[in-house]
Design a protein. Structure first.
Lengths: 265, 259
């Protein structure tokens, strides 16, 4: 793949943390290309540095070596061109759903009417029409994450970064959210980098699945998902889905076990 | 009764009033029953009667006005100056490192011990009273506001950055609105402390105010008037506290959710 077509290009990015025991390498030098309209899911055991990688792309963490390019430009700080949805509920509790979604637009100095037009469009897309004037604490976890997705999308980012956004939700809600996000992605053709430790989620959502090794994290596998879009939830029972899931399960298991041995006393 | 089980609003109100009644009943028993000499403690009726005389014929309303003015004046000056400094300290760690040790030291200086100095510097006029309330509340406010702002949830800060805010936008649109309800609570609390300082300020070298009336009554052994003065302070304190609470609830409805 040439850089010209890639939205995101991660080049030799590593990250080590200094602690009292000396330096710990969390992320080995990693390369990753994400093309336009790609939905890349990053799969790996907890503590493998997948969130660290995402945070570096967001500009919330600084790599020890290497660089991240967005549309060929090196990123140095967080910015509105990389929208992020976090695992924790990060809606501003003092703002209503509508004002949360308007947050980035207002920062850009868009007139209120323009803000509302865009915001209400995305609020409708995530199925929260009628909840515009609710405060985050009046919403369920799933609704809060839907608002967070609308908030990130309303800003019109080049790439959407998602750090286990459904990790705190119950199983049923999580599956509904996956379908919702996939539907939005199929309609909007956004570029997404999505971190998860859920194999089903990684395969169902991703057009490409990247598996990371146990700490220190590195990319050990990069598979495209051979399932056509639009995807109905019933694809989860197809042979293609099961085959890929079986392979990834094996790969992740090895890493989880290695990680457990490494951290054993 | 089970631990931590909430109580119904009406029951809460009734229970709260009930203790006032118990208190006055105990007081009445001690005084009307003759267990305590009138020289040391006036009975409730005498207190109410002399309170009425104070208000109706001796211009005690004027004293109350002065005291209220001093509390709010001194407190407002302290709050207006403490807010920007506290926010700056909470947001910018070098600013905090510069001021925090001194402010921590200054807040333990007993405000009332400054009275002799303040009289020397500012005389016995209004400036001295305002200065005392300022010293008593400013340093406390600064520290607490700095802590509140500094405790802003980091994930909210990160979310704001990924939505494109700059540093000034972060302070204006995340740090301040997020900290506002807690800051308002701190203002309410410190206003209560300001009430204790104002009386101390008026006990020495004042020609008006509730504290002044209390010192005058002391010379006359008028315990009824002293108690009336104390109760007036308590009532005004209670009223301003309730008003403040109501205002906070109106201003920050979101902070009441999920409590």
């Amino acid at each position: 793949m040439s850089d010209g077509l890639d939205v995101l290009s991660v080049r030799g990015v590593s990250r080590s943390f200094r602690s009292t025991h000396g330096e710990t390498l969390a992320l080995e030098a990693t390369d990753l290309q994400v093309a336009e309209n790609d939905f890349v899911t990053i799969l790996g055991p907890s503590g493998c540095g997948k969130s660290t990688l995402l945070r570096i792309v967001a500009g919330l963490d600084v790599p020890t070596s290497g660089e991240v390019l967005l549309d060929g430009r090196r990123i140095a700080a967080p910015g509105a061109d990389r929208g992020m949805v976090f695992q924790s509920y990060t809606l501003f509790p003092w703002l209503t759903v509508q004002d949360n979604v308007c947050f980035g637009l207002r920062e850009r100095g868009l007139p209120r009417a323009g803000q509302l037009e865009i915001a209400n469009g995305f609020i409708a897309k995530v199925g929260l029409r009628g909840f515009e004037h609710h405060f985050p604490k009046q919403l369920s976890g799933g609704m809060q994450q839907r608002t967070a997705i609308a908030r990130a999308l309303a800003n019109g980012p080049r790439i959407l970064l998602m750090d286990e956004p459904f990790g705190a939700l119950d199983h049923q809600t999580r599956e509904l959210m996956q379908e919702l996000l996939l539907g939005i992605w199929e309609a909007e053709r956004k570029t997404v980098l999505f971190v998860t430790h859920d194999i089903d989620e990684a395969v169902f959502m991703g057009s490409r699945v990247v598996v990371m090794s146990a700490r220190p994290g590195r990319i050990k596998l990069d598979r495209s998902v051979p399932i056509a879009h639009p995807r109905h939830y019933s694809v989860k029972t197809t042979p293609a889905f099961s085959a890929l899931k079986a392979e990834l399960t094996e790969q992740v298991r090895v890493e989880v076990r290695r990680g457990a041995e490494l951290s054993a006393p | 009764m089970k631990p931590l089980t909430p109580v119904a609003p009406t029951a809460r109100l009734l229970l709260g009033i009930a203790f006032f009644i118990v208190f006055v009943a105990g007081w009445s028993l001690a005084t009307f029953g003759g267990y305590v000499s009138k020289t040391f403690l006036a009975d409730p009726l005498t207190m109410v009667r002399s309170g009425y005389t104070l208000l109706a014929t001796q211009g005690f309303g004027w004293d109350i006005g002065w005291t209220v003015w001093r509390v709010f004046g001194g407190f407002m000056i302290a709050a207006v100056l403490a807010l920007p400094l506290g926010v700056a300290m909470g947001a910018y760690k070098p600013v905090e490192a510069f001021f925090e040790p001194f402010v921590s030291f200054a807040r333990y200086l007993p405000a009332s011990a400054f009275i002799p100095l303040l009289i020397l510097w500012a005389g016995i006029g209004e400036a001295q009273k305002l200065a005392l309330i300022f010293i008593g509340s400013f340093f406390q406010l600064v520290l607490m506001i700095a802590v509140i702002v500094g405790n802003t949830r980091r994930d909210l800060v990160e979310a704001a950055y990924t939505l494109g805010v700059g540093d000034r936008g972060l302070i204006r649109r995340v740090l301040i609105p997020g900290a506002a309800p807690e800051i308002a609570e701190v203002l309410r609390m410190v206003l209560g402390w300001a009430w204790t300082y104002v009386i101390v300020a008026e006990l020495i070298g004042a020609s008006s105010g509730i504290g002044h009336m209390i010192t005058d009554s002391q010379a006359l052994l008028a315990t009824d008037q002293i108690i009336f003065g104390i109760i007036v302070i308590g009532l005004i304190g209670l009223a301003s506290d309730m008003l403040f609470k109501l205002l906070n609830r109106r201003l920050f409805p979101w902070a009441q959710l999920g409590r």
